[in-house]
Design a protein around this ligand. Sequence first.
Ligand code: 5AD
Ligand code: SF4
Length: 456
Amino acid sequence: MLTYYIQTYGCQMNYSDTERMETYLSALGFKKNSNMKKADLIVFNTCSIRQRAEDRVLGQMVRMGDLKKNNKNLIVVVTGCMVRTPSSKYSEKRDNLFNTIKELDVAIKNDELPLLAKLIREVKPNLEIKEIPEETLESYFQIDPTHSSHKSNSQAFIAISNGCDKFCTYCIVPFSRGREKSRPMEQILREAENAVKNGAKEIILIGQTVNSYGLSTYDKAEKTFDYLKKEPFVYLLEELDKLSEIGLERVRFTSSHPKDMSDDLIDAMSRLKTQMPYLHLPVQAGENEVLKRMNRPYTVEQYKEIIRKLREKIPGISITTDIIMGFCGETDEEFETTCKFFEEMEFEHAFLSQYSNRKGTYASKKMKDNVPQKVKHARWHKLNNTLKKTSNKALERFVGKTLKVLVEGQEKDEWFGRSEHYKEVRFKSKKDLLGQIVKVKIDSHDDFRLYGKIAK
Ligand code: 5AD
Ligand code: SF4
């Protein structure tokens, strides 16, 4: 029997796409193989958000050359954000990756998944793969993901949109994933209901800017959501909330964009019982001139106002963010302003990235990547120290409290999971608690985690 192995890099969207690919490959007759060396088809689901992510994938290709020597029938596929043109090595118009990766057989973007069988046949016409009605699949969102990325069924990551319309000047996503398209509401609700029936206690809605669900240029032109009398994302959260009747306890979403953080959405977050006191809201910089250069369509003052409303309506809400340091032209003063803003906002966690020039973006074409690597690195360290301070302060408030923790896994003799505020909590127990929501009394913390004991 033919087997496949998928190596996934990058964000949750890529993991979700991998789960969709698993369903598709098994329909073609492939079986999952946990040993890359023995597989007939190896897929790299790639990320290109920063140069380092791409370098990691390219590093793996040397191994593919060796594996191909041993297995003449091996097919190597690259998918995800590094790909631009769906093609096989025999296609007339091939993706640029074929010029740099000689081991490559097929290149395909994630949302072109229905074309994969055709491209595999171009490379290996005699391979016995099952006929599936790929041409009849209108979109890759119709393919149900396996939800296999997690050890238990208690969590389901559900993609609600793909692509991005925001065009931040530094970001490759609008080019790699294309324009934003929202997935039909019924499809999402059906997948969510099935996941809950299958044991999901938590649903995590994913997309590049989830809170612009239904509002993209494409969605508006298609008028898909015109029948709704309210913001599509708010409606979606309300519908998901009803699944609490069949066992759903938590709904999270990531990432959000400040521009679409409406009052109605904040209100829904405060009143729906499945909504958690947690929001990841990337700000990217805490200085207005830098935000302008980044094409982030809000000011520091507007962002602060959103946070004020959230904290007023949802007391104790935990807010996390993303920051880029060393973006084109960032001066010491501008960076200092971002640091002060970070402390003032008391962000409880953050992904801190040093700016990486991405070919094809506006910044790459029109701006100078003029902050030296050393300075980017020093700025990262400085802000990371601030983050440790704000994180410690945020964790301190939970010591002595009993929290509900959804158990996600075990490492050595310790269980770990997330509290309602999305804090990682670790504790010991001899029982198998995977996938359960348990009460843990917190007794200590380090920079980023809470530790405690099972509460009676
Ligand atoms: N360089 C550094 N960080 C980036 N991000 C996106 N593009 C870049 C880039 N070119 C960061 C942003 C985004 C997160 C997913 O990755 O902070 O929110
Ligand atoms: Fe990239 Fe900006 Fe879109 Fe986020 S909102 S995916 S940073 S372009």
